[in-house]
Write a protein that binds this ligand. Structure first.
Ligand code: F6P
Length: 362
């Protein structure tokens, strides 16, 4: 039997607890392994007193819970770790300290659950000799190497429900509703929930939009005696020229990570308001999209990931992550997670959406 460390890093997403539960239960029942819970992502391997035993009893009742029982952090990269120096913060490479800590904890291996940031750190640590297996998660679904990440399905349901609800009030008031949806670099969530929720315009980071084109779609609808419209916009979508990109509004606070102020919805609404009389309202769905109970599909996928990790450990496939490929959970090298995955703008989904009259602003 082995002793395995487990951590969750980066932004949380529904399904993390289901994964931890699958991992610990199969690990204990089938292999007699023991687990060490590392709190707040990689921070738990740098700061003292952030580790605790993780047994089957700790996984009772956690399946339907959002968040992560281990806590997480997205500002704890061991290769550029924020350290207080004098009155300010500096970034230091503390990766050797992390390796030593894993030895002190007598870990035979580490299971790192996270998005692109967490997995690329896992990859770097694997290069330094750490035995690590990764599990991909993110509501953005933008990780290469896997067909789908858990968290995405739940977020898609939440956004779809929000779009359904916004429809009725938009129609009652004849308003244009601009709905800002998560996804800084990739538009999967906006595209799929936009289609599921009947959006009239879908604006994603992969297709810079022209205001005139969005206006045309709105006007076309107005002449059909329907003057309300729903615009689904990714937080990372920006008008052609890019000057007003939401990313430009990010404020960098040293030692605290990047604090993003959001605003692609407002930018779009302001641009439209210069040209149309219709009332425009902006809804920013924000972290509602990441909170709460995972969908059944995400619970199943996360459980499959958690259980599959133990096959990789058994087979000595360190330096790999579990991934969904053609509906099978398989090992793929961690290096795969470092490649970007973006919406295929020539793909079926965008093509079919266009053919139904949905505007993409291009
Ligand atoms: O990557 C997941 C995600 O939810 C993105 O869609 C979003 O841009 C980001 O995380 C928000 O991060 P934070 O929790 O730091 O505000």
């Amino acid at each position: 039997p082995l002793r395995l460390g487990v951590l969750t890093g980066g932004g949380d997403c529904p399904g993390l607890n289901a994964l931890i539960r699958g991992l610990v239960r199969r690990g204990v029942h089938e292999f007699d392994h023991s687990f060490v819970g590392i709190e707040n992502g990689y921070m738990g391997l740098v700061e003292p007193e952030l580790v605790r035993p993780l047994g089957v009893e700790d996984t009772r009742g956690i399946l339907p819970k959002g968040g992560t029982i281990l806590g997480t952090s997205n500002k704890a990269n061991p290769f550029s770790y924020p350290v207080r120096e004098g009155t300010g913060w500096v970034e230091r490479d503390v990766s050797d300290q992390v390796l030593r800590r894993c030895e002190e904890l007598r870990l035979d291996g580490l299971v790192a659950i996270g998005g692109d940031g967490t997995l690329s750190i896992a990859h770097q640590l694997a290069d330094k000799g750490l035995k690590v297996v990764g599990c991909p998660k993110t509501i953005d679904n933008d990780l290469s190497g896997t067909d789908q990440t858990f968290g995405f399905d739940t977020a898609r349901l939440i956004v779809t429900e929000a779009l359904d609800r916004l429809h009725s009030t938009a129609e009652a008031h004849d308003r244009v509703m601009v709905v800002e949806i998560m996804g800084r670099h990739a538009g999967f969530l906006t595209l799929e929930s936009g289609i599921a929720g009947g959006a009239d315009v879908i604006l994603i980071p992969e297709i810079p939009y022209r205001v005139e084109s969005v206006l045309e779609t709105l006007k076309r609808r107005a002449t059909r005696r329907r003057s309300f419209s729903i615009i689904a916009i990714s937080e990372g979508a920006y008008p052609e020229g890019g000057a007003l990109s939401v990313l430009a509004e990010a404020a960098d606070i040293p030692g605290r990570g990047v604090v993003r102020l959001g605003g692609s919805g407002k930018v779009c609404a302001d641009l439209l308001a210069r040209h149309i009389d219709a009332e425009i309202r902006v809804t920013v769905l924000g972290h509602l999209q990441r909170g709460g109970s995972p969908s059944a599909a995400d619970r199943v996928l996360a459980t499959r990931y958690g259980c599959k990790v133990l096959d990789l450990v058994r087979d000595g496939q360190w330096g790999h992550m579990v991934a969904l490929r053609n509906n099978e959970v398989v090992p793929v090298p961690l290096s795969e997670s470092r490649k970007e995955r973006r919406v295929d703008v020539q793909g079926d989904l965008v093509r079919f959406a266009r053919s139904m009259g949905i505007g993409f602003g291009d």
